[in-house]
Design a protein around this ligand. Structure first.
Ligand code: NAP
Length: 330
């Protein structure tokens, strides 16, 4: 079967579709024929971090497809089911942090950018009927990350004011949809006027360009910032928080290192929380919440599998608003 791998060359040039060995199934696993997969910023980080290019790096964490085989111990899923996968394994119950055995697929384990995947049944969920397969393939990782950051870590609820910097991002768009559905006031920023206009159409209450004065434009401070742009916006994000406010941090696209004023931080009595993906329990809750509010991933572009390079170039250049998708099969 064919899978997208990274090897031999650094950067996007090292990506190629290759024939790889089909995986053997175990008792509690299912085999999925993959139809659509969504790209995540993580895919770029994985490529960047791949230093021993003689070894194969498998790509992809998100997918939707049809179950074509089930192990003898599987009762929750049947052949023919439309399913989406949780790219994180071994984190079932919600907890303050993932257990030690937690792992994200891809890397040395076959990733989701492939014609087939063998997967633990406990890490698979049925696609709700209001979603297309294209939408389902781009949902799990971004939706789950947004759900945990916003609700588990940020404790966002009705009437709260929240800020989402870098609204063009895939996860950021889930954050906007979820926060609006929860009845929050949502302020967003971007480097692009066009992305801000799209965010307004998706319900953003106030918008600002990254290089504008956010406090001036928003006219008030916020209860929670959900930050993922990283070094480029971290201090501006902190400066928009109300005293006693919380920043939830789940990404650092523009750099891991920042300098910030400790005295200001403790005087303002801020809270800073990290967040990463989420448990299977939160994934199930996220899908139920999304189904109730009919929330769908915002699809930016869909490319045929063989046009993976174009898809990765678009992600690298951060041209997207929402999710970039690869169609693996009909
Ligand atoms: N902790 C986790 O479990 C988890 C899960 C998923 C993702 N992440 C991380 O969260 C971040 C977002 O992920 P994603 O998949 O949503 O990414 P994405 O779709 O690539 O979006 C990243 C967004 O960041 C902003 N950005 C990128 N480069 C920038 C720059 N030079 N200056 C200012 N803003 C810039 C852009 O927003 P504008 O174009 O609107 O300015 C861009 O749309 C990534 O760092 C990713 O690694 C973490």
């Amino acid at each position: 079967m064919k899978a997208l791998v990274h090897e031999q060359k650094s950067g996007i040039d090292g990506l190629q579709i290759k024939d790889v060995q089909s995986q053997k199934m175990k008792e509690h696993e299912v085999k999925i024929s993959i139809k659509y997969v969504g790209l995540n910023h993580r895919d770029l980080i994985n490529i960047e971090g791949h230093k021993d290019l003689s070894k194969t790096l498998y790509m992809g964490e998100d997918a939707a497809g049809i179950v074509i085989e089930t192990g003898s111990g599987v009762t929750s899923i049947k052949i023919g089911d439309k399913v989406m996968i949780n790219g994180g394994l071994n984190w079932n119950k919600n907890s303050a942090a993932p257990p030690e055995q937690f792992e994200v697929i891809g890397n040395t384990r076959i990733g989701s950018f492939a014609e087939e995947i063998v997967y633990p049944a406990e890490s698979v969920v049925n696609v709700p009927s209001y979603l297309t397969m294209e939408e389902a393939g781009a949902f799990s990782l971004g939706g789950l990350t947004a759900y945990r950051a916003l609700f588990t870590q940020g404790q966002v609820n009705k009437g709260m004011k929240i800020l989402i910097p870098g609204i063009g991002g895939g996860v950021a768009n889930f954050l906007l949809s979820f926060a609006k559905a929860a009845g929050a006031f949502v302020y967003v920023t971007s480097r692009s006027e066009d992305k801000l206009n799209k965010a307004k159409l998706s319900g953003a209450d106030k918008t600002a360009l990254n290089d504008e004065d956010w406090n001036d434009i928003f006219g008030e401070k916020v209860d929670v910032v959900i930050e993922s742009v990283g070094a480029a916006t971290f201090n501006k994000s902190l400066a928009t928080l109300k005293p006693g406010g919380t920043m939830v941090l789940f990404g650092s696209s523009t750099g891991n290192l920042v300098e910030f004023n400790l005295r200001n931080f403790f005087v303002q009595q801020y809270t800073l929380k990290g967040s990463m993906m989420g448990s299977q329990e939160e994934l199930v809750d996220m899908i139920a919440f999304s189904e109730k509010h009919l929330i769908k991933p915002l699809i930016d572009t869909v490319y045929p599998f063989e046009d993976y390079k174009k898809a990765f170039e678009r992600l690298t250049e951060a041209k997207q608003t929402g999710k970039i998708v690869l169609k693996i099969a009909d």
